[in-house]
Write a protein of this length. Structure first.
Length: 84
């Protein structure tokens, strides 16, 4: 998340966390000053990548494209260990 914030700041964008009452949660929404946005899920290991991708698709389906525009990107960032 720290790295994502650093890259966003360099691109004149901000990073937000998204959570709904119904339980949908997305780790990071990156929004540029011109309104473009992207959403990312960060998962420990690759075992939850499919679940994270489903969350991102659910978010994209709920966003009003007339108001917020289409997402510029949806991405899952798997974070793994150093290996054996």
């Amino acid at each position: 998340m720290r790295d994502l914030r650093v890259y966003a700041q360099a691109a004149d964008a901000e990073v937000f966390h998204y959570r709904e009452k119904g339980g949908l949660e997305v780790d990071a929404i990156v929004q540029a000053n011109d309104g473009r946005w992207a959403a990312f899920e960060v998962k420990l290991g690759e075992g939850r990548v499919d679940e994270a991708a489903r969350n991102l698709r659910r978010l994209a389906a709920r966003v009003d494209p007339e108001r917020m525009g289409e997402p510029a990107a949806l991405g899952v960032i798997p974070v793994g260990g150093l290996g054996p």
